[in-house]
Design a protein around this ligand. Structure first.
Ligand code: AMP
Length: 275
């Protein structure tokens, strides 16, 4: 596995691949890698001849009161995992490489970012869109892979990649879950034993809404909310939205159920298709 710290090094390696007629796939991550990230790697390996992964904990997408400092950094284990999965290049930029002195540009995607996590985490998607634009332009891969676990982020990136004519075709990959249903996330390691035990109830309650087709969606969602609150969850949002526009939806057709909840200090997000 090549390791690159600079865009120049990636360009050199990619040029050799392209000269050999090989296709490339790219997966941006913040590290603390788990089987969810590896599903993206495996999908990329199926589609592309060469796979690149970046690890960068992006300060611009964390709010001032959020967990940037505490975000898990497990580079050695991550690197071993990527090697074991046959990744060809690991990109490890530092903040000064991506944001050199004087850096003043932000990428804003209107519309999709005004709701859900965009409403709860001001500036978050602008930070994501800015770093992902930079990373996609540096990697210049044929394809880039993102998880449906962060469905709103995936939609924002699709929009932005189309609007800015970014070089990669964007692929969404289904959410990978623990056996008990909890969506895998680097932040799950923040949960204490009791919170970890309660956490799968989120997916169970969401599935309950999906399966409760006899009742109006609003009623089923309201009940799920109550069930979660009784079990000690603090709900940021639990609502059905159109899968493409992210507008509120009263029907199940082409809708998804989106959730963000707190268990203690840990914020968990999840989403599932309703139809
Ligand atoms: P992160 O390191 O959290 O920024 O995630 C990097 C990429 O992995 C993003 O595209 C995420 O949506 C994706 N991802 C994270 N967790 C999962 C999961 N449980 N299943 C599928 N994709 C995931």
């Amino acid at each position: 596995m090549h390791v690159a710290h600079t865009p120049q090094k990636i360009a050199k390696i990619r040029e050799a691949w392209v000269a050999d007629g090989l296709t490339t796939g790219f997966i941006p991550t913040m590290g603390a890698l788990h089987a969810g990230h590896m599903a993206l790697v495996e999908q990329a390996k199926d589609y592309c001849d060469r796979v690149m992964v970046s690890i960068f904990v992006n300060p611009k997408q964390f709010g001032p009161a959020e967990d940037f400092g505490a975000y898990p950094r497990t580079l050695e284990a991550d690197s071993d995992l990527l090697k074991a999965h046959g990744v060809n290049l690991l990109f490890l930029p530092d903040a000064a490489t991506l944001y050199p002195p004087g850096f003043s540009t932000r990428v804003e995607v209107d519309g999709l970012t005004g709701v859900l996590c965009g409403a709860s985490r001001p500036g978050h998607f602008s930070g994501v869109a800015t770093v992902v634009t930079l990373l996609l332009m540096i990697a210049e891969a044929d394809f880039a892979f993102f998880g449906e676990k962060d469905y709103q982020q995936l939609q924002v990136i699709r929009r932005m990649a189309t609007d800015l004519r970014l070089p990669s075709e964007i692929f969404g990959v289904p959410t990978v879950r623990e056996q008990d249903g909890l969506a895998m996330s680097s932040r799950n390691r923040y949960l204490n034993a009791e919170e970890r035990k309660a956490a799968p109830l989120l997916y169970a309650a969401m599935r309950g809404v999906r399966e409760d087709t006899a009742r109006p969606l609003a009623q089923a969602t309201g009940e799920a909310r109550e069930r979660l609150e009784k079990a000690g969850f603090r709900i940021d949002y639990l609502e059905a939205r159109h899968a493409d526009t992210l507008e509120l939806s009263e029907t199940r057709s082409n809708a998804r159920l989106f959730a963000a909840v707190f268990l203690g200090a840990t914020r968990l997000i999840d989403n599932i298709a309703l139809d």
